[in-house]
Design a binder for this molecule. Structure first.
Ligand code: 13P
Length: 247
């Protein structure tokens, strides 16, 4: 059942634009899903102010793997927590590619997030070449096992795994519902192997990649999928409201 919606604003919106967005969005959001808005860092204080008292969580799009000090330009888990952030995205493919964030870095970021009381949305997914050569499950296993290395089973309660095939991000292409169902099953199998069958049942798994109001119904039929991670289609408040209304 889909009851989690995460919106990734990526590098869009000034604080003023976020204010206008939230004024429209919040006036009509009926709180029927568990919603996290991953705003740009510079819009977090605006988001924190306007979402106060509402059933909306704040998310960041990244976190430093370092705790404090000489890391120019980075934002730590402690800073995020103090800014009202509940969840941080970790391992998004755009960061893996552009900033060379490998599984070791992703693992450090997750540990720092948990240490600072934040939840984590761990993004995993295969490239088009890996998809075409049937390496999807292998890639998912490597990414998940290394990202979650050294974690205690009870810490998985604060982790959401987002299956985002790279070839589906911003392209208008999406996997078939059956393919997503199979990938979600495989993700849960990795968790069962590395932790326990109970942990596999309980972990939240969401799908992301080219979701919009026209295709959203195709994802609600995916078995054992808990939610959606939306990029481009969240940038218009009416479009995000429409998607939520169809769930
Ligand atoms: P799109 O919905 O724009 O494809 O982006 C998905 C995404 O990367 C969310 O993190």
């Amino acid at each position: 059942m889909i009851d989690i919606v995460i919106a990734n604003f990526k590098m869009n919106q000034t604080p003023e634009e976020t204010k206008n967005y939230l004024m429209t969005f919040l006036s009509r959001f009926d709180e029927k899903v568990d919603l996290t808005l991953c705003l740009p860092y510079t819009s977090l204080s605006t988001g924190e102010y306007l979402c106060r008292g509402k059933a909306v969580r704040l998310g960041s799009q990244n976190i430093s793997e370092d705790e404090e000090g000489r890391t120019t330009g980075e934002i730590s888990g402690r800073m995020l927590k103090a800014s009202g952030v509940d969840f941080c995205l970790v391992g998004h493919s755009e960061r893996r590619k552009k900033f060379k964030e490998d599984s070791k870095i992703v693992n450090k970021k997750i540990k720092s997030a948990l240490k600072n009381g934040l939840g984590v949305i761990l993004c995993v997914g295969e490239s088009l070449a890996e998809h075409n050569t049937l390496k999807t499950y292998e890639v998912l296993r490597e990414q998940i096992e290394n990202a979650l290395k050294g974690l205690y089973e009870n810490e998985l309660e604060r982790i959401i795994i987002a299956y985002e095939p790279i070839w589906a991000i911003g392209t208008g292409e999406t996997p078939m519902a059956k393919e997503i169902t199979m990938a979600v099953k495989e993700i849960r199998k990795v968790i069962a192997d590395d932790f326990s069958p109970a942990a596999a049942d309980n972990i939240k798994v969401v799908y992301g990649g080219s979701i919009d109001s026209k295709n959203v119904k195709q994802f609600t039929s995916c078995k054992n999928l808990n939610g959606l991670l939306i990029g481009g289609a969240c940038l218009d408040p009416n479009s995000l409201l429409k998607i939520i209304s169809l769930l």
